[in-house]
Design a binder for this molecule. Structure first.
Ligand SMILES: NC(=O)c1ccc[n+]([C@@H]2O[C@H](COP(=O)([O-])OP(=O)(O)OC[C@H]3O[C@@H](n4cnc5c(N)ncnc54)[C@H](OP(=O)(O)O)[C@@H]3O)[C@@H](O)[C@H]2O)c1
Length: 320
């Protein structure tokens, strides 16, 4: 099969489209013919940090068709259309075929395209878990989304809208209209104004991107407000982990999210998308041959939503 394999010595991108052995699923695994895969920070940041998957193939957010299933697999059968997050079972999505355990996968709703389904897993689960699990979001609350224009940010706005929050989004000039269209009530262009300028207070701040002072964020919270750090500059993540606890001693909480693959959440989110309540924002499509370009583009930090690789089926089970 074809796969984009990490090769440290391959200049300049270290990602090479190669012919390799098709994986054989174990008794608890499903073999999936990949139809689409989206790029996440989990791919390019892991690569940058030298955390290379055992099979040397990146790609976590996938959609595809079940080719075969091991004898202990209960929920999936050949021909099922699935989507999932393979980051907990060794990545491997940049390939004609990948193996995954059942706990990484859900059935893809028929009304959702393979591309849309592959764009959703990590970004939407992260947004949901930030708002609901860590943020304890409630109807009518004032929510600030710092960095509203990437994969996670665009999902955070739409889910906060679904929870009937009042949303302020922070992004750069070129993304102001996008944030508004996705459901933000107010948009602050970070190139022109600091979000603290108006002295507005928030019940929940979800920090997806950027590098904002934790003390300024804390000051912008209402007395029982919560700040949930999702991503952004590594220095900010490090600061939040180190001083988040002491800053949370009062009623205001400064929290960090480490999102987890949860098939209940993923099934719920894919259904929301299939019902048109949320919509993955896909800025660019790539092909298997241009996977390295897709990774470089996503790693630039300026993608407006998601980057999706359409995987052309070779000898796949689907369609028959
Ligand atoms: N904690 C977790 O479990 C978890 C899970 C998934 C992802 N993450 C993290 O979440 C973050 C976001 O990931 P992502 O996939 O959405 O994509 P991303 O590629 O990091 O987001 C790109 C977007 O961020 C915006 N941006 C860049 N610098 C900004 C700044 N200073 N202020 C505000 N916006 C800024 C860019 O818009 P402009 O070009 O207009 O600035 C662009 O639209 C990453 O840091 C990732 O590592 C964390």
């Amino acid at each position: 099969m074809k796969a984009v394999v990490y090769n440290k010595g391959a200049k300049p991108d270290r990602l090479v489209l190669s012919d390799i052995q098709k994986p054989v699923p174990g008794d608890d695994e499903v073999l999936i013919g990949i139809r689409a895969v989206s790029v996440n920070a989990a791919d390019y940041r892991s690569m940058k940090m030298g955390m290379i998957p055992a099979r040397k193939i990146f790609g976590a957010d996938i959609s595809g068709v079940v080719e075969s299933a091991g004898k202990n697999v209960k929920r999936f059968n050949p021909g099922d259309e699935v989507a999932g997050d393979l980051s907990g079972c060794g990545f491997g999505g940049f390939a004609d075929f990948a193996v995954a355990t059942e706990k990484a996968l859900v059935i893809k709703p028929a009304g959702l395209s393979f591309e849309a389904a592959a764009a959703l897993p990590m970004a939407s689960m992260t947004a949901l878990q930030a708002l609901r699990n860590r943020g304890n979001i409630r109807e009518g609350q004032e929510v600030l989304v710092l960095g509203s224009s990437g994969g996670v940010g665009t999902m955070t706005i739409q889910l906060a809208r679904h929870f009937d929050a009042v949303i302020t989004a922070v992004c750069s000039t070129r993304n102001v209209e996008q944030s508004r269209l996705l459901g933000a009530d107010r948009v602050i262009d970070y190139t022109k104004e600091h979000f603290t300028a108006g002295n507005r207070k928030y019940d929940l701040i979800v920090a997806v991107n950027g590098n904002y002072s934790l003390l300024k964020c804390r000051k912008a919270l209402k007395p029982d407000g919560r700040y949930v750090l999702v991503g952004g500059a590594l220095s900010q993540i490090f600061r939040a982990i180190v001083i988040g606890k002491p800053l949370s001693l009062g009623r205001k909480k400064m929290l960090f999210l480490a999102a987890k693959t949860d098939t209940n959440d993923l099934g719920y989110l894919l259904n929301l998308a299939s019902d048109g309540i949320i919509k993955p924002v896909i800025e660019k499509y790539f092909s298997a041959e241009t996977t390295a370009e897709a990774m470089n583009y996503a790693a630039s930090g300026h993608a407006r939503g998601k980057v999706v690789i359409r995987w052309s089926p070779g000898n796949l089970y689907y369609p028959r």
